[in-house]
Design a protein around this ligand. Structure first.
Ligand SMILES: Cc1ncc(COP(=O)(O)O)c(C=O)c1O
Ligand SMILES: N[C@@H](CCCC[NH3+])C(=O)O
Length: 440
């Protein structure tokens, strides 16, 4: 088990994050509770930004808000000077309500609705990452209708698979995302976009997957895109201003994971762009990246209360917690692995092996298989590490379980950033049966 950011074991033998005793946080806010270590998120943001400065590269680091979106996180990201990647009207709405400067927002998505495109145009976002020919036509028509020139990047599918889980790779040819490079689609898209008067084609975007531990795939993408840029400049006279290399930088969920430091990823990207562009003999583009998981993943911890026990003799001991696949879908979806500890017994030795089950009516609702822990009792607190990315953001109300509360902690203070959902919230949009309404 590793401790992240400001986490430590305090004098009471409890887990402490951001100077706050996790046992006290659980008493105050209830469980399941998602705890974000504010200082650690800020440190991660700063590491990415500083790395580009070290290399003297013009850059934008855009936090991919799909990893975790809320008013408070958008405000924190804004304070750290990052840009923001949104993929839906809902994420855009959240960012705008947080007061995020629209010109620093980039709008992604493979099926943006007309309403979402209009919302982006009307609010003056920084750029659209155009994903396909349908969007290329729609967005231009909307821009023309309001006589507004719009900045775009074209999302390219470079035909490169990063070595990661099959469901979270996106750069391979057979993907729903982007204009395919090898078949000539990308070239055709650029040609079309350049012929449209209301487009300002800033550059290209490629994202090859998530939870990537080395830089080889990124270097390959840069090589391919550089070749494409050369072809485009020869045949279309176009010069690229922005090269967006997406996100995907890995984090350490368990000892099996061996991520690089933010600066190691960034240095490698910068070196590779330098090298390729030297051959091209063109001005260096601005580099944009879109880290999501690597900003918030390790900074999030979910605390559950342990409830029921079940032993299958000679097979395993199950402990059940008061959440599960409703607040963390990643295990069921990707066989994701996590480490955890007992927040109120941090100094005790591991003597048991438990399988941690959620409380949902689904056999696959297991959070961690075969987890070494001290002997636990009902009411103990299980803290699962590294749930900060794609945990709350993929939370759902399966079995009508309310979503957890989320707090941000720093310097001994906790601040509630998302209230726990209530049963009332769950039925807020329900409408009674017609016959019950007409009876009244
Ligand atoms: C286009 C794009 N950008 C950025 C991200 C963020 O990825 P990650 O959270 O792995 O950094 C994703 C998700 O994989 C993505 O699809
Ligand atoms: N939601 C995924 C990653 C998908 C990234 C979005 N393109 C995860 O939890 O790992």
């Amino acid at each position: 088990m590793a401790l992240y950011g400001t986490s430590r074991i305090n004098a009471r033998g409890h887990l402490e994050i951001g100077g706050c005793d996790v046992v006290e946080l659980a008493q105050t806010y209830g469980t399941p509770l998602v705890i974000y270590d504010e200082e650690y998120i800020r440190r991660r943001c700063q590491a990415f930004v500083q790395a580009f400065k070290d290399k003297g590269m013009q850059a934008q680091v855009a936090y991919a808000s799909k990893a975790f979106s809320s008013i408070a996180i958008c405000q924190l990201i804004e304070e750290e000077g990052l840009s923001l990647d949104v993929v839906s009207g809902g994420e855009l709405y959240t960012a705008l309500k947080a007061g995020f400067p629209p010109e620093r927002i980039h709008f992604h998505g493979n099926n943006k609705s007309i309403q979402e495109l209009k919302m982006g145009l009307e609010t003056g976002i920084g750029c659209f990452v155009v994903d396909n020919f349908t969007e290329l036509a729609h967005l231009h028509a909307l821009a023309e209708a309001c006589q507004q020139k719009v900045k775009i990047l074209l999302r390219i599918t470079p035909g490169i698979e990063a070595h990661t889980h099959e469901y979270i790779t996106t750069g391979q040819e057979d993907s729903k995302f982007g204009f395919d490079l090898n078949s000539g689609q990308a070239f055709e898209a650029l040609k079309q976009a350049l012929s449209q008067p209301y487009y300002h084609v800033l550059g290209l975007h490629a994202h090859i997957g998530s939870q990537i531990f080395d830089t080889a795939a990124f270097q390959l993408v840069i090589q391919r895109l550089a070749q494409f840029v050369q072809e485009a400049s020869k045949k279309l006279g176009w010069q690229i201003s922005v090269l967006n290399l997406g996100g995907g930088f890995g984090i350490r969920y368990t000892a099996e994971d061996t991520p690089l430091l933010p600066q190691e990823y960034v240095y490698a990207l910068c070196d590779s762009v330098h090298k390729e562009w030297q051959t091209l003999r063109q001005p260096l583009p601005e580099i944009w990246i879109e880290p999501g998981r690597s900003i918030v993943g390790e900074a999030g911890t979910t605390v559950y209360t342990i409830g029921a026990f079940k032993e299958v003799p000679g097979v395993r001991q199950y402990i059940s917690v008061d959440g599960g696949m409703s607040d963390n879908l990643r295990v069921a979806l990707y066989q994701a692995k996590y480490e955890a500890c007992v927040a109120n017994r941090m100094t005790e030795d591991n003597s048991e092996v438990y399988t941690v089950a959620g409380k949902l009516c689904e056999t696959g609702d297991i959070l961690i298989w075969d987890l070494p822990l001290p002997r636990v009792k009902e009411g103990d607190l299980l803290a699962v590490f590294c749930t900060g990315a794609y945990g709350y953001s993929m939370a759902n109300n399966y079995n009508r379980i309310p979503r957890p509360a989320v707090v941000m902690v720093r310097d001994g203070e906790a601040h509630l950033i998302i209230r726990r959902e209530t049963y009332g919230d769950l039925i807020r949009n329900d409408i009674p049966l017609m016959s019950k309404i007409t009876q009244k």
